[in-house]
Design a protein around this ligand. Structure first.
Ligand SMILES: Cc1cc2nc3c(=O)[nH]c(=O)nc-3n(C[C@H](O)[C@H](O)[C@H](O)COP(=O)(O)O)c2cc1C
Length: 143
């Protein structure tokens, strides 16, 4: 059973760019091993992550991530059974805020700032679909 789970969380203030780089590389290594694909968005101190894979693998990975002290306040925004993956070539693609992609965040923002906690499930699903469709938005590394 293939599952797609989307959650968001708040970064701890002590977390540096170096830490986010390490989170991404460990994610890519573990996810390749566990058959997980997905994307990690990081903007305004908030993580928004999509995890795709076997139900048990996504479940195990999500609970491991949720227990990580580098972030807090995890909230599942969407959980669905799906027929296929979106992130077919990404064990974990990364998208951070840049001046160039600000319109993407504004598109899904109710106010002036993008706040996944305030987004409908359909909005975050659509956002990830848009990100995948514009694969050049995704990065293998944190700049
Ligand atoms: C926002 C965030 C996203 C993460 N995403 C993943 C992920 O997709 N896959 C993963 O294995 N670990 C992820 N991690 C790291 C896990 O919490 C945990 O540190 C890691 O899986 C431990 O791996 P290790 O036992 O190989 O050191 C994430 C952590 C954070 C804070």
């Amino acid at each position: 059973m293939l599952i797609r789970l989307i959650y968001c969380s708040r970064v701890r203030p002590s977390v540096s760019t170096l830490d986010v780089r390490s989170i991404l590389s460990v994610s890519q290594r573990n996810n390749a091993h566990n058959g997980i694909t997905g994307g990690l968005v990081f903007t305004g101190g908030i993580f928004l992550q999509c995890l795709e894979g076997h139900r048990s693998a996504v479940n195990e990975t999500y609970h491991r991530i949720a227990a990580d002290s580098r972030h807090f306040d995890p909230a599942i925004l969407s959980w669905e059974e799906v027929d296929s993956r979106q992130f077919t070539t990404w064990t974990m693609g990364y998208l951070g805020y840049t001046g160039e992609n600000s319109s993407l965040f504004l598109k899904y923002a109710a106010g002036k700032d993008f706040d996944p906690y305030a987004c409908r499930a359909t909005a975050v699903r659509e956002m990830f679909a848009e990100v995948v469709a514009n694969a050049k938005m995704l990065k293998q590394n944190v700049d």
